[in-house]
Design a protein around this ligand. Structure first.
Ligand SMILES: CC(C)(COP(=O)(O)OP(=O)(O)OC[C@H]1O[C@@H](n2cnc3c(N)ncnc32)[C@H](O)[C@@H]1OP(=O)(O)O)[C@@H](O)C(=O)NCCC(=O)NCCSC(=O)C[C@](C)(O)C(=O)O
Length: 374
């Protein structure tokens, strides 16, 4: 008879005994089910996080956001910063990463985010303090195993209490009852399983609608505010649109998919637990939405004279991104406002789309940034 109080009672060499033991013990679960969230609840995300120079540079380097104002003091000063700040994508990913343990670790996909507003520049060394409020909860009509929750999150400087960034995000969150299916990914999984990468179109080719696109698509000649304004005026005169793609692509490797989210304390298993994700519709770990988005934005920024990020709206994550997928970027110019911001800049509103090697959109969002004039 085993003495279960003895320190060496478990014989790890006996796999069968250990397996039986594992099957019988309770699992201490992480994260919260849909039912946990009620409208108006406020949640303070305890861990916090200190923005670091290393984390900032790692994020910028890996996502191709190679803007020296965020690491070179002379360039930073020229751009009106006291010293090289934290890159806004890194700041936003850290603020959201901290919230995952409380809000979305249980699983379910990040569907979208809106009203992303940067209130203040944050610098490496800043300790973050993040709170979220439940704005809305509803059941999913297409997926009975999930609910859909929207939170408003605010990231502050822990020392001064000043707001740095705020946004509203929406996730699918598993309901307490066991998950039987995971919906929309069915199509994508099937496409991947048959190797075609193509999602089935239920209409026959003859029924498929002809895309309704402008006859002319204009690309700006350069990346200054005037280049965007001139292109938009030309397009408006001719019933065309200012839309173009960016040449660079970035293939998702483990450092991007697992490394970057963990560095922001994002504990979602989707990004780092290949064992669990092997049984999911994606069949593997998937990229943190903020990484995918940051790569597509980096492609866009590499073709413009960005001065400051202002605001993001209507960000959507349309499909998952797995290891080996390559992320490209597409941009459309929606509006130019010469009155916004300091004199040497103007505000440009873009729609950016991240797409993969099969031209499948995986992210889209509306972005307003201040762009330097000529
Ligand atoms: C989720 C999938 C399967 C749905 O695929 P689908 O084709 O079924 O999509 P849908 O029909 O457009 O949407 C399903 C439901 O979601 C709702 N919905 C949809 N979007 C929004 C939105 N923005 N705001 C509010 N509601 C939204 C929509 O209205 C609908 O509601 P219903 O079930 O009642 O009909 C598919 O879109 C997909 O695979 N998307 C990719 C998701 C993804 O990879 N996200 C990023 C990575 S996960 C992540 O980063 C994790 C993180 C950050 O760590 C962490 O939250 O913890």
């Amino acid at each position: 008879m085993t003495d279960w109080s003895a320190p060496d009672a478990i014989d790890c060499a006996d796999e069968q005994v250990f397996q039986t033991l594992l099957d019988r013990v309770e699992t201490r679960e992480k994260g919260n089910y849909f039912e946990y969230f009620a409208e108006g609840d406020e949640i303070h995300h305890d861990p916090g996080l200190r923005l670091s120079q290393h984390g900032n540079e790692e994020w910028m380097g890996q996502t191709l956001n190679h803007d020296p104002a965020y690491w070179r003091p002379d360039d930073a000063r020229e751009r009106g910063f006291d010293e090289p700040p934290a890159h806004p994508d890194y700041l936003l990913a850290c603020v959201m990463g901290i919230t995952v343990e409380d809000l979305s670790e249980k699983g379910g996909y990040f569907l979208g985010r809106t009203d992303v507003t940067f209130h203040r520049t944050a610098y490496p060394g800043t300790e973050l303090d993040v709170t979220s409020t439940v704005v809305d909860t509803r059941t999913s009509s297409s997926r009975p195993d999930y609910g859909i929750v929207t939170w408003e999150s605010v990231g502050r400087d822990r020392e001064t209490g000043e707001e740095l960034v705020a946004y509203e995000r929406t996730n699918m969150i598993p309901r307490r009852e066991p998950v039987a299916s995971d919906g929309g990914e069915r199509q994508r999984s099937a496409a991947r399983a048959d190797g075609s990468g193509a999602v089935a179109d239920e209409s026959s080719p003859s029924e498929a609608a002809t895309p309704d696109l402008p006859s002319t698509l204009v690309a700006p000649e350069g990346g200054t505010f005037e280049d965007f304004r001139v292109a938009l005026e030309r397009a408006r005169d001719n019933g065309a649109a200012v839309a173009y793609r960016h040449e660079r692509g970035r293939t998702m490797d483990e450092r991007l998919v697992a490394g970057l989210p963990l560095a922001t304390l994002n504990t979602a298993r989707q990004h780092h637990n290949r064992d669990v994700m092997a049984d999911s519709p994606s069949g593997d770990i998937v990229a943190y939405g903020d990484v995918t988005r940051s790569i597509a934005l980096a492609h866009a920024r590499s073709d413009e004279a960005t001065f400051r990020e202002r605001r993001f709206e209507n960000e959507r994550f349309h499909d998952f991104v797995t290891l080996g997928d390559t992320i490209y970027g597409f941009s459309r110019v929606l509006d130019c406002d010469g009155e916004a911001g300091p004199d040497h800049t103007g505000a440009v509103t873009f729609e950016h789309v991240a797409f993969n090697q099969d031209s499948t959109p995986v992210y889209s969002g509306r972005r307003t940034a201040l762009i330097t004039r000529q």
